[in-house]
Design a protein around this ligand. Structure first.
Ligand SMILES: [Zn+2]
Length: 67
């Protein structure tokens, strides 16, 4: 089993450790962080969709007001 240094206490622990047995650091190798990565991707898509939608609606209105 490969061992990696804990980012907090730098003791060698298992890469699969859900928390550090030495210092108790929770999730030292982001074992549970993949969910939040997907969450961030979803939020990015939502924000881009809002920006594109408002651009599609606001830009023609602006052009109409100018022209
Ligand atoms: Zn540690």
């Amino acid at each position: 089993m490969p061992l990696f240094a804990c980012p907090t206490c730098e003791k060698l622990i298992s890469k699969r450790a859900h928390n550090c047995p030495q210092c108790g650091e929770p999730d030292p190798f982001n074992y549970y962080s993949r969910k939040s990565w997907i969450e961030r991707l979803v939020w990015t898509v939502v924000i881009v969709a809002i920006v594109v939608f408002s651009w599609q609606v606001l830009f023609p209105m602006l052009m109409e007001a100018v022209g």
